[in-house]
Design a protein around this ligand. Sequence first.
Ligand SMILES: Nc1ncnc2c1ncn2[C@@H]1O[C@H](COP(=O)(O)OP(=O)(O)OP(=O)(O)O)[C@@H](O)[C@H]1O
Ligand SMILES: [Mg+2]
Length: 309
Amino acid sequence: MIKIENLVKCYDDVVALKGVSFTVEKGEIFGLLGPNGAGKTTLMEILCGLRRLDKGKVIVLDIDVSRRPDKAKRLLGFCPQETLLYKYLTVRENLVFAASLYSLRSREVEERIKFLVKFLDIEEILKKRVDKLSGGMKRRVSLAASIVHDPKIIVLDEPTVGFDPHVKREFWQFIKQLHEDGKTILLSTHNMEEADELCDRVAIMDSGKIVAIDKPETLKRIYGGNAVINVKVKDFHMEKAEKILHKLKPKRENNELKIFVNDPWKLMPEVSSMLFAKGVLAEKIEVTEPTLEDVFINLTGKRLMEGVN
Ligand SMILES: Nc1ncnc2c1ncn2[C@@H]1O[C@H](COP(=O)(O)OP(=O)(O)OP(=O)(O)O)[C@@H](O)[C@H]1O
Ligand SMILES: [Mg+2]
C-alpha cells in the first residue's frame, strides 16, 4: 500500500530524514514511534505530497508521490499535528469546505457528512463555530475533515497528544473502527501505550532514522529486556526471603525484591510457594513486563519524551 525507499530530507543544515525505508501493508495500522524531532511529521508530509523530498522514493498504491502528488492526495487523508480548521466557520462549513477540495458531487458530500457526523458523534456541534469547541471535539472535526473524501489510507500525526486518558481512549476507538472498516492507517506518536494498543507494526524512529520495525510484542521480546517479578514481604522477613530466593538472584530495591526473568508468569507461583514453604508470607507478588519505552531506551539509550501526553 505504501512503500518508502531510502528517504532523505534536509532543512538547511538539519538532516531530518537520513535514509528511511519501510512498507505498510493493506489494512495495517502502522505506527511511527519516536521522540520530538525524530522526523515523523516530515516523513508524513512528504508521504502526503505536502513537502518535497531530497532523495529516495515514496510510492502509494503504485503511484510515485513526487511525480503525481495530485493523484496520491486523493488516496490519502492527512490529519495534521496542528488542527487545520477555519476557526470562524462552523463545523459543517469546515466539512463542506474540505470536501470542495476533492471535487465531490454535492450529493456525495451530503452523504459523507451524514456518515461522519454519526461515526464521530458530532451532530450536536455541527452548527457551532470551531473556536467554541473543546480540544477533543476539534480533533474529531479535524479527523472528519481529513477523511471527508473517503481515502483508502489515513495518516494521523500524533492524533491524541495532550488529551486526557478518557478522551484519548475515545479517539482510539475511532481509529480502531476505521481499521475494522478496512482502512490502512499510518500514525505517529511518542506515546508507547498508544503504539502498543493500536498498532499492528511499529517503526521506532530516532533522529531521522528507523532503529527497528516489528510487531509491538516482538519488539518487546527482542529488545525489551527481562520482565521483573516484584516481591514484597514484611520488613522483618526481608533477609530470610532473600536467602530463600538467592538462586534467582533477587535485587533489593525500595523494600522489595526484584527478580529479573524471561518467563515471569511461569516462575511467579514457584516464588510464592518457595517463600510459603519456609513460613514467609508475601504481601505482594507482581509482574512488570517490558514496555515499548524499555525497547526505546535499550535501542537508543534515551527515554521517549515524558510528560507530553
Ligand atoms: N520547516 C522546517 N525547517 C527547518 N527545520 C525543520 C522544519 N521542520 C522540521 N525541522 C527539523 O527537522 C527535524 C525533524 O522534525 P519533525 O517535525 O519532522 O519531527 P517530529 O518527529 O515530527 O517531532 P515532534 O514529535 O516534535 O512533532 C527536527 O530537527 C526539526 O527541528
Ligand atoms: Mg511532529
